[in-house]
Design a protein around this ligand. Structure first.
Ligand code: SAH
Ligand code: SF4
Length: 366
């Protein structure tokens, strides 16, 4: 048996060193990695792609993450905030087109007014879909009480990327102050899991100062945390951010893209029944990037359904795709693209991760 086969056979019990080797696999070894992850995807989650209509409803943000184009200090971004009616139009679109699930995402705002607004929207989403729609929130760090209120009003899932699971790297990517605190973010992730959300996290790949060891530890963090969903994508530099000055040190975009595919493949082998998103940042680098990720292990796609005129201003990074199309155009083009990846869109299904139910059962037994 080849060395690579022996390595891949360790599956769920990969060590940090194993992962570092796999992240650097090339040629035949890389092909074998992708074949194994594709096979595991077919066996454990099937060749279905679950849709989550993504509504990026506001780019107003109180934080200053060094990598992000909509950070508070970026005066070059025109700020927008959709009205409730505009958001609900997007919700209706998702419902009528049988996407099954919706993601509400924005910059981070924490206030009683914001909390009430989201609660009200969640109630309306329930009304529109007759309680059938899967709802994911991605609204950053919030007090536990707020997470509880949203859960009680119809949110099921929450996405909060740890961004970098290494405390030391996290500090290099964020200002050193109380609103950019690694422990606080980790505490939020724990609260979400304890409250009963389907809990999602993720990291950026190819960041300045990031090593293979960091990336291997990121995957181990996800396994140890017993996460239900993951969204990770390549870091893409933005000229109006502090990290832009390190652009010369980055891996090429092509390499960051390949590294992201490997991270997805390794994670699929390690955590067979979680949901893994094929993120938009992949498409920003490679026109068929998301389809390649679906082929080798991802099983969730988040078509952007934000009303067209605002999309141009939600620029976390540059070259964001599909910023000038209306949502309807995207459905047709995705149908064809997903077929190319050998998958089929699971219209009308919520697509909850099997892992979540297994985790909850395990907890009840213990
Ligand atoms: N404000 C919320 C959600 C919106 S930001 C939050 O931060 O949790 C969503 C994600 O965009 C972030 O988690 C981050 O991982 C990603 N992101 C931000 N800037 C990016 C960049 N330059 N390249 C790639 N991904 C980026
Ligand atoms: Fe705000 Fe999220 Fe961007 Fe950080 S990553 S600046 S919290 S939108």
């Amino acid at each position: 048996m080849d060395r690579i086969d022996r390595l891949l056979n360790k599956e769920g019990s990969f060590s940090k060193e194993d992962i570092i080797q796999l992240l650097q696999a090339e040629g035949n070894d890389k092909t074998k990695l992708f074949e194994r992850s594709a096979r595991i995807k077919s066996q454990f989650v099937g060749r279905k792609v679950y849709f989550r209509g993504l509504v990026e409803f506001s780019n107003i943000c109180s934080k200053n993450c060094y990598y992000c184009g909509i950070r508070r200090a970026n005066g070059n971004t025109e700020r927008y905030n959709l009205t409730d009616d505009e958001i609900l139009d997007a919700v209706r679109f998702v419902h009528e087109n049988r996407y099954g699930s919706l993601v509400l995402q924005s910059g981070e705002v924490s206030s009683p007014r914001f909390t009430r607004r989201i609660t009200r929207l969640l109630q309306k989403i329930q009304e529109i879909s007759g309680g059938t729609m899967g709802v994911t929130l991605s609204l950053g760090e919030q007090p536990e009480e707020v997470y509880r209120q949203w859960l009680e009003n119809g949110a099921h899932r929450y996405l909060l990327r740890i961004e970098a699971s290494s405390r030391e790297l996290y500090h290099k990517l964020h200002p050193n102050d109380s609103i950019h605190d690694y422990d606080k973010r980790l505490g939020c992730l724990r609260n979400l899991q304890r409250l009963g959300y389907q809990t999602g996290t993720g990291v950026m790949i190819g960041l300045p100062f990031q090593t293979y060891e960091h990336l291997a530890n990121d995957l181990i963090f996800m396994r140890d945390f017993d996460i239900d969903m993951v969204g990770m994508g390549p870091y893409i530099e933005h000229k109006d951010t502090p990290l832009y000055e390190y652009r010369e040190q980055l891996f090429s975009e092509k390499y960051r893209f390949e590294l992201t595919l490997k991270m997805i493949a390794i994670l699929r082998i390690m955590m067979k029944d979680i949901n893994i998103a094929s993120t938009t940042a992949l498409q920003a680098i490679n026109p068929i990037g998301r389809e390649r990720a679906l082929k080798i292990g991802a099983n969730v796609l988040m078509p952007n359904v934000t009303p067209g005129m605002y999309r141009n201003n939600y620029k976390l990074y540059e070259n964001k795709p599909c910023t000038d199309e209306e949502a309807g155009d995207c459905t047709n083009c995705l149908d064809v693209r997903i077929g190319m990846a050998g998958d089929e869109i699971a219209f009308g299904e919520r697509g909850d991760p099997r892992h979540y139910y297994r985790r909850v059962e395990k907890k009840e037994e213990s």
